[in-house]
Each structure stands twice: as structure tokens, then as C-alpha cells.
Unconditional design. Structure first.
Length: 79
């Protein structure tokens, strides 16, 4: 299961339900590209195909929605 937290433009922001043992993070996908960001502090963990300029845009999206994303993480995983 991978609950979608937000959709912003062409991007889907979600997490996997089996990743509760990791620090809070969010996955971002568009088409066949993907990235993973830690949420506190926001930082890129992995990139699967996004260009450097698009990664900067994605990081800004994650940063500007950090509070919402962290709340969704803690609500879902209960920690």
C-alpha cells in the first residue's frame, strides 16, 4: 500500500506503508521518475531519473509542504 499524501501538478507525493522503521520521508513520482526525501530536515535521499533542476523544484515543493507531510506520516504510522 502506498498512500498518496499530495498531488501537485504532475507530481504524486506518497509513502509506503511498510517503511515505518525508517525516519519520516516522502516519495515523489512523475511518469517513470522517482525521488525520495527525508522530511526533517528535508534532504534528497535517492533520485531515479529527475534532472538536477527538477530536483531543486521538488525539494522546494517538499519544503513548502513539510508540515503537512510530517503530520500525514505521524497520523498514518502513529509515531
Amino acid at each position: 500500500m502506498s498512500p498518496t499524501v499530495l498531488r501537485i501538478g504532475p507530481y504524486r507525493l506518497y509513502f509506503y506503508s511498510h517503511e515505518s522503521s525508517e525516519p519520516p520521508h516522502i516519495h515523489v513520482e512523475r511518469d517513470n521518475y522517482g525521488a525520495k526525501f527525508w522530511l526533517s530536515p528535508v534532504s534528497l535521499v535517492r533520485n531515479y531519473g529527475f534532472s538536477p533542476s527538477e530536483l531543486i523544484k521538488l525539494q522546494k515543493i517538499v519544503e513548502s509542504n513539510e508540515k503537512i507531510l510530517l503530520e500525514a506520516w505521524h497520523e498514518f504510522f502513529g509515531n
